[in-house]
Design a protein around this ligand. Structure first.
Ligand code: PGA
Length: 258
């Protein structure tokens, strides 16, 4: 079963109508690998604008949403609203949501369940902080984060897992291909044990953290790296290079053949 390469852009709190309009124009007219699924995470206020301008073959994501459909939750947006403007994806559990805004695993789990129940696809982010890596607890941290997400997923075809080591995000310090592959491999093994072999074979596990035009090719060549979540570089024309980084990997073995 081969996994379609997935490249997400996370524009974070950047851009305006003019600059995002130009970026969309670049993406709409670029020669993009048709075997890659592309989804751009727009600031909430521009979701409608971005969806209306972006070519239909490119996906759009919100960068967050709340855990209920509507009500007295000042400043929040719901999956129903995101769907209402034609957007089908949401990024949840990003490290900035976890560590700048204090979102708990529990809240991220509840948001994941609600988003999926309401028809959104989810880019679910996990990743260890530097002190956690240095303390040798990377696996423990990412497995615990993944478990809370997994407990809230019924249909894994609607979920992409994004491994984003916090120490690599926005720091210019990309994980080495070997470091990324090691964690992706362990995550896939965790999914095999705790969800199912079929899901382990089919779920896309993408890497995020200072991915650039120059680091993307070698990362993409790793067996268990199924794409990227790109912050800074997704705001530049370089994003096109990253979308097109995928090598034709040999297809993953299908469980039925073994
Ligand atoms: P970066 O951000 O590529 O700027 O490191 C990645 C992310 O936060 O998703």
């Amino acid at each position: 079963m081969s996994r379609k390469f997935f490249v997400g852009g996370n524009w974070k709190m950047n851009g305006d109508k003019k600059s995002l309009g130009e970026l969309i124009q670049t993406l709409n007219t670029a020669k993009l690998d048709a075997n890659v699924e592309v989804v751009c995470g727009s600031p909430a206020i521009y979701l409608d604008f971005v969806r209306s301008k972006m070519d239909a073959k490119l996906g759009v994501a919100a960068q967050n949403c709340y855990k209920v459909a509507k009500g007295a939750f000042t400043g929040e947006i719901s999956p129903a609203m995101i769907k209402d403007v034609g957007v089908n994806w949401v990024i949840l559990g990003h490290s900035e949501r976890r560590h700048v805004f204090g979102e708990s695993d529990e809240l991220i789990g509840q948001k994941t369940a609600h988003a999926l129940e309401n028809g959104l696809c989810v880019i679910a982010c996990i990743g260890e902080k530097l002190d956690e890596r240095e303390a040798g607890i990377t696996e423990k941290v990412v497995f615990a984060q993944t478990k809370v997400i997994a407990d809230n997923v019924k249909d894994w075809s609607k979920v992409v897992l994004a491994y984003e080591p916090v120490w690599a995000i926005g720091t210019g310090k990309t994980a080495s291909p070997a470091q990324a592959q090691e964690v992706h491999d362990k995550l896939r093994a965790w999914v095999k044990t705790n969800v199912s072999e079929a899901v382990a074979n089919s779920v896309r596990i993408i890497y995020g953290g200072s991915v650039t035009g120059s680091t993307c090719k070698e990362l993409a060549s790793q067996k268990d790296v199924d794409g990227f979540l790109v912050g800074g570089a997704s705001l530049k024309a370089e994003f096109v290079e990253i979308i097109n980084a995928n090598h034709l990997k040999p297809p993953s073995p299908h469980p039925l053949y073994y």
